[in-house]
Design a binder for this molecule. Structure first.
Ligand code: UD1
Ligand code: CA
Length: 452
């Protein structure tokens, strides 16, 4: 089996410099959705016909199993498939997909391929408003006779509600000959792929139809309005799948998954959360409202409170994160770690049961167990040119408003007094403090405003 994905069209109505098929849907390029679905059918050859935005499309989607056929200029869907011919294996069936029809499901395509086993098969759908689509013309016995495009249709044909989705499967051996016979003698001066349906009928080949699970599967993207509509469909389907698995969602309409979200049992997700890339939530994890998680793993029983932002980070079990916490790339938190409001952690490992509850920055640090990091503590990890590591051993207590000027090590069980600027290592089990002694000046007077 061959699969050809047509993606040479311009997408003028997107009003964008980005080629249409590269616009993201649920965090993935439109054409990438189609490519992934195509791949799941294990075709012998997979060929993308590209044209508009050529090199950008190719560079973005390039993969070892993808063949590329340039269509320049774009003379119609039949002409597009013709460009792919040299890349196809001559036997079996060729399945035609559209790069801008991203929701097509593998199960539907299997049905279509089944319908094509003795001839040609078209994926069709009945629409209340068929305007703009090619219509499926059938004879008195209900057999498909041909497809007529909207612009070439008679008034009578325009009343047909069964439309061509554009997706079809046909015997590869006949393609060569049929495509060569296409003419552009029609309203749009294009070589229509749809004209080969009448050729198949003339050749006595059965023409069958198959249908998607619902019209949503074959919706195309021609504008930002349609892109937004499809985004909602994908998101609703993802939310429904999560609910089916037992995830509790405060509102399935206010969740955005732009990648893959996997959840253990009894997970709860509050409203307006965004999940990007690969996110794993362990059993009984609770995600508060307005959290953003990107490529992150959250351990069982951990609670992420409102407005927390987690990226490329691993959080252990039974943790308490946020509200307003920011875990940046390279953060690894062990079990029972507490990270509170306005705390930023970057490229740091924090061992079990340590806490940084208020207003702190921990960067490039290795923090032991049961450490308490006071409010306003900052690792000064950057001298403007290079970054340095801070090591904080087990059971350390760091007083508020402390600066740790890296590289520096705080020994096990050490205490740092509030306001300390630590520029050298702090010995274990000792109080280290750097603070100007407090003085009170008797009789000191506040300055007065001078009169002119
Ligand atoms: C096509 C079908 C129509 C069907 C409709 C479904 C034909 C002649 N008509 O019409 O029966 O109802 O799709 O949406 O096939 N493309 C190329 N190169 C080209 C022209 C198109 O690669 O020269 C690609 C486009 O990028 C797009 C797809 O083919 O992915 C369909 O093109 P489009 O212009 O949208 O086809 P329609 O005229 O709408
Ligand atoms: Ca179209």
């Amino acid at each position: 089996m061959n699969i050809v994905i047509l993606a040479a069209g311009q997408g003028k109505r997107m009003h964008s410099n980005l080629p249409k098929v590269l616009h993201p849907l649920a965090g993935k390029a439109l054409a990438a959705h189609v490519i992934d679905t195509a791949r799941s059918l294990s075709p012998q050859r997979l060929c993308l016909v590209y044209g508009h935005g050529g090199e950008t499309v190719r560079r973005t989607l390039e993969a070892p199993d993808l063949a590329w056929a340039l269509q320049e200029p774009q003379l119609g869907t039949g002409h597009a498939v013709q460009q792919a011919l040299p890349h196809l294996s001559p036997e079996g069936v060729t399945l035609i997909l559209y790069g801008d029809v991203p929701l097509i499901q593998a199960a539907t395509l299997q049905k279509l391929l089944h319908a094509a086993r003795d001839g040609l098969a078209i994926l069709t759908v009945e629409l209340d408003d068929p305007t703009g689509y090619g219509r499926i013309v059938r004879d008195g016995a209900g057999r498909v006779v041909r497809i007529v495009e909207q612009k070439d249709a008679s008034a009578g044909e325009k009343t047909i509600r069964e439309v061509n989705t554009g997706i079809m499967a046909l015997p590869t051996a006949r393609l060569d000959e049929w495509l060569a016979r296409l003419s552009n003698d029609n309203a749009q001066r294009e070589y229509y792929l749809t004209d080969i349906v009448a050729m198949a009928v003339a050749a006595g080949l059965p023409v069958n139809t198959a249908h998607p699970a619902g019209p949503w599967e074959v919706l195309g993207v021609n504008s930002k309005v349609q892109l937004a509509e499809l985004e909602r469909i994908v998101q609703r389907r993802t939310a429904d799948a999560l609910l089916e698995q037992g995830v509790r969602l405060a509102d399935p309409a206010r969740l955005d998954v732009r990648g893959t979200l996997s959840c253990g049992r009894d997970v709860f997700i509050d409203v307006n959360c965004v999940f990007e890339g690969l996110v794993e939530l362990g059993e009984a994890v609770e995600i508060g409202p307005n959290c953003v998680l990107k490529n992150a793993r959250i351990g069982a029983g951990t609670r992420l409170a409102a407005f927390s932002h987690v990226e490329e980070a691993v959080v252990g079990p039974d943790g308490a994160i946020g509200p307003f916490a920011r875990l940046r790339p390279g953060t690894e938190l062990a079990a029972g770690v507490h990270i509170g409001n306005f705390v930023e952690i970057k490229n740091s490992r924090i061992a079990a049961h340590s806490k940084a509850n208020h207003l702190a920055y921990v960067g490039d640090a290795v923090v032991g167990s049961r450490v308490n990091i006071g409010a306003g503590t900052i690792t000064c990890n950057y001298d403007g040119a290079n970054k340095y590591q801070t090591v904080i051993e087990d059971d350390v207590f760091i007083g508020s408003d402390t600066q740790l000027v890296a590289p520096v090590t705080v020994g096990r069980g050490a205490t740092l007094g509030a306001g300390t600027t630590l520029t050298g290592d702090a010995p274990p089990d000792t109080l280290t403090i750097s603070r100007v002694r407090q003085v009170s000046i008797p009789g000191w007077k506040r300055p007065q405003k001078t009169r002119k």
